[in-house]
Design a binder for this molecule. Structure first.
Ligand SMILES: *Cc1c(COP(=O)(O)O)cnc(C)c1O
Length: 368
C-alpha cells in the first residue's frame, strides 16, 4: 500500500537529531519560550526574508493573532470586512470570525484554485479593511494583483501560508509590502512539519510583531504585567527544537515534491482527469498534488483497490459546513464544483520514483 502521507518515513532521517534535541532540552530544564524558540524565530525569519517571526501554538492561532494584533493597533475594528477565498480550508474563515471580523467570500479561478483577483473589487465595501490571501495546495496566490488592489483601497494584506512554506516569487516574498503579515502552520503533515502542533507569524511590521508576541503570551511582555486580553498560544520549546533540525532541509524537500509533480504533469495522460496548473516556477511547493475528475469517488476506489491511498482536500466547502450555518444559502458554484471533483495523489519527499512510476501507471489505466 502506498500511503497518502508517510509521516514516520518523513521524520525518520531526523530521528537521531531529534533525540539529541530532546536530551538538550531536558538537560537545560527550560521548557517554555527558551533558546530553541528564539533560535527558530530567527532562523525562520531569515528563511522567509522577513524582519520578524513570532512562534505561536498553531496555524489557526497565527491567523487569529494577526487579526487581533491589527485590532489592538487600531488598524482593524470589530465588524470590519475581510475578503477571503471561498475555496479554502475552513481555518482561514474561522480565524476572521474569531477576531470578530466579517469574512466576505470570493470565488477562485478554476485553473489555480486560488482566489480570482478580478472578482475582489466588486466585493469591496466601505467596511472592507483587509484581504486574507490563501496560498492553497502550496501555490502562491496572485499577490502582485492582490497588492495593487490592496493599495488602491488601502487594505491590509494577510497571507495564509499554512500550505506554502518556501514558495517564493522573485525571491522578494513580502519585502515590498510592509503592511503585511503571514501565518504559517507546522502541523505534522505540512511541508515543514513538527511532531505536534506549532505555528508562526512572519512580518516586517515591528509594532505588529510586538503586539502579537504579547497577545500570544497572556497579553504580557513583562511577566505578571498584562497589557492586552491575550491568549496562551506559544510555540512549544521542543517543537521549536525539532523544527530547527528540519528547516535547513525544507528547500531540498520542496524540490523533491516539485520533481514528482513535474513527472505527474508530463506522464499522467488520462482524458478523464484534469491536472493542476503549474508554471514551473518556485511559486509552488506542492503541499498537495490535486487532480480533478467528475467521477472522483470511482477514481479514489480504483486507486485504493490498486494499493494507492488518495485523499480529498476538501470534501465540503466552508460555506456549506454546519458550523457556518449563516453562509449555507450562499452560492459559490466554482468552489462547490472544485470540492465535488478534487482528489489529491500522494506527493511527499519520501515517495520513491518506483512508487511514482506505479501511481502514474495505475492512474493512466483508469477508465470509466
Ligand atoms: C493547516 C492549515 C491551517 C491551520 O493550521 P493548524 O496548525 O492546523 O491550526 C490554516 N490554513 C490552511 C490553509 C491550512 O492548510
Amino acid at each position: 500500500m502506498i500511503k497518502f502521507l508517510d509521516l514516520k518515513k518523513i521524520n525518520e532521517p531526523y530521528e537521531i537529531a531529534f533525540q539529541e534535541k530532546l536530551k538538550s532540552v531536558l538537560d537545560n530544564g527550560w521548557y517554555i519560550l527558551g533558546n530553541e524558540v528564539k533560535e527558530f524565530e530567527t532562523n525562520f525569519a531569515n528563511y522567509c526574508v522577513t524582519k520578524h517571526c513570532i512562534g505561536v501554538g498553531n496555524g489557526l492561532d497565527a491567523l487569529v493573532l494577526i487579526f487581533k494584533g491589527y485590532i489592538q493597533l487600531g488598524k482593524l475594528q470589530k465588524g470590519d470586512e475581510v475578503i477571503v477565498p471561498a475555496n479554502t480550508y475552513i481555518a482561514s474563515i474561522l480565524a476572521i470570525l474569531q477576531a470578530d471580523l466579517i469574512p466576505v467570500l470570493v470565488e477562485p479561478k478554476l485553473e489555480t484554485y486560488n482566489i480570482n483577483p478580478d472578482l475582489i473589487q466588486e466585493k469591496i465595501s466601505s467596511k472592507t479593511k483587509a484581504i486574507l490571501a490563501v496560498h492553497l495546495y502550496g501555490q502562491l496566490a496572485e499577490m502582485d494583483t492582490i497588492n495593487i488592489i490592496a493599495r488602491k483601497f488601502n487594505l491590509i494584506v494577510v497571507e495564509d501560508a499554512a500550505q506554502a512554506h518556501g514558495a517564493v516569487k522573485n525571491l522578494k516574498l513580502e519585502t515590498d509590502n510592509l503592511q503585511s503579515a503571514s501565518a504559517y502552520s507546522f502541523y505534522p503533515g505540512k511541508n515543514l512539519g513538527a511532531l505536534g502542533d506549532a505555528g508562526a507569524v512572519t512580518t516586517n511590521d515591528a509594532k505588529l510583531a510586538n503586539v502579537i508576541y504579547s497577545l500570544s503570551n497572556y497579553g504580557s511582555e513583562t511577566k505578571y504585567y498584562n497589557d492586552y486580553i491575550g491568549v496562551n498560544s506559544r510555540l512549544d520549546e521542543l517543537q521549536a527544537a525539532f523544527l530547527n533540525v528540519k528547516l535547513p532541509y525544507l528547500d531540498a524537500e520542496n524540490e523533491k515534491r516539485r520533481i514528482i509533480a513535474k513527472r505527474y504533469l508530463s506522464e499522467i495522460k488520462n482524458d478523464k482527469i484534469i491536472l493542476p496548473f503549474y508554471d514551473n516556477l518556485s511559486n509552488h511547493v506542492f503541499h498537495l498534488f490535486v487532480i480533478r475528475t467528475e467521477k472522483r469517488t470511482e477514481l479514489q476506489t480504483f486507486l485504493l483497490d490498486n494499493g494507492i491511498q488518495a485523499m480529498i482536500h476538501y470534501p465540503i466547502p466552508p460555506h456549506k459546513q454546519k458550523a457556518l450555518v449563516s453562509f449555507n444559502n450562499l452560492s459559490f458554484p466554482l468552489t462547490e464544483k472544485i470540492h465535488d471533483e478534487v482528489l489529491s495523489l500522494p506527493i511527499s519527499p519520501v515517495l520513491t520514483m518506483v512508487e511514482v512510476d506505479y501511481i502514474i501507471k495505475i492512474v493512466n489505466q483508469w477508465i470509466f
